[in-house]
Design a protein around this ligand. Structure first.
Ligand code: PXP
Length: 244
């Protein structure tokens, strides 16, 4: 059954709305773990719009499950990662003007730079995942780089509006998953997943290793509390998986 990584960036976004001390991402991580999260994800963006370095340090000191740091390949961010040593780093493309990570990493275009970062993080004991679209060329390049782990971008599936488009995007993810596994990669998925679309993904690809979900869980947590928000998501994943 896929594990659940909870992305808590939005908790820091809320705090930054007032440049205040609350709500604390560390408190959110503790509650998410107590509710059954299998990992905590945070994105240290170059513009520090939500998480800052101190947040990541504090999370490193408190997360019991797995700390997954989302990050670009910028040198200062890579240096911070090597210092703080999350359990896992997920390399993502980053544009200042975007609201959230828009597309997958272009592993082919930035091959040499990404390879150098994967190797530096590996030397520091950090397992690296590459966030990519379900595209064979990108998947092959990720394998060649020596990443070991990828996260398939589920944004196009999440944005699909009708059953034909949904099926097409699920098929693309399934083919990407199979191809990646056949060449020896471990495969996660994430972006845009929510309480309504996660079930069909788990049903289509039950052997995904981990799902990374942020917006939807934190949006529910604001209304019903972190405990219910995380445990409902876990319940949907496990209920769907038990039907396969
Ligand atoms: N995975 C990656 C690599 C991401 O960049 C994000 C967004 O930060 C997510 C998963 C979570 O996406 P969402 O907030 O839409 O659930």
């Amino acid at each position: 059954m896929p594990l659940l990584g909870v992305n808590i960036d939005h908790v820091a976004t809320l705090r930054q709305a007032r440049r205040a001390l609350e709500p604390s991402p560390v408190d959110a991580a503790v509650l998410a773990e107590l509710a059954g999260a299998d990992g905590i994800t945070a994105h240290l963006r170059e513009d520090r719009r939500h998480m800052n370095e101190l947040d990541i340090e504090r999370l490193r000191g408190t997360v019991h499950t797995k700390l997954n740091l989302e990050m670009s390949i910028a040198k200062d961010i890579v240096d911070i990662a090597c210092k703080i040593k999350p359990d896992q780093a997920t390399l993502v493309p980053e544009k200042r003007e975007e609201l959230t990570t828009e597309g997958g990493l272009d592993v082919v275009a930035y091959y040499a730079q990404i390879k150098a970062v994967v190797s530096k993080l590996g030397t520091n004991g950090i397992c690296t995942s590459l966030f990519i679209d379900p595209d064979r060329i990108q998947i092959k390049a990720a394998k060649k780089i020596g990443a070991g782990l990828i996260e398939l971008h589920t944004g196009r599936y999440a944005n699909a509006k009708n059953s034909i488009d949904i099926k097409r995007e699920l098929d693309a993810l399934l083919h990407g998953f199979k191809f990646a596994r056949d060449i020896g990669l471990r495969v996660n998925a994430g972006h845009g997943l929510n309480y309504w679309n996660v079930g069909a993904l788990v049903f289509a690809i039950p052997d995904l290793e981990e799902l990374n979900i942020g917006h939807s869980i934190i949006a529910q947590a604001v209304l019903v509390g972190m405990d219910k928000a995380v445990s409902r998501m876990k319940e949907i994943i496990s209920r769907t998986h038990s039907k396969i």
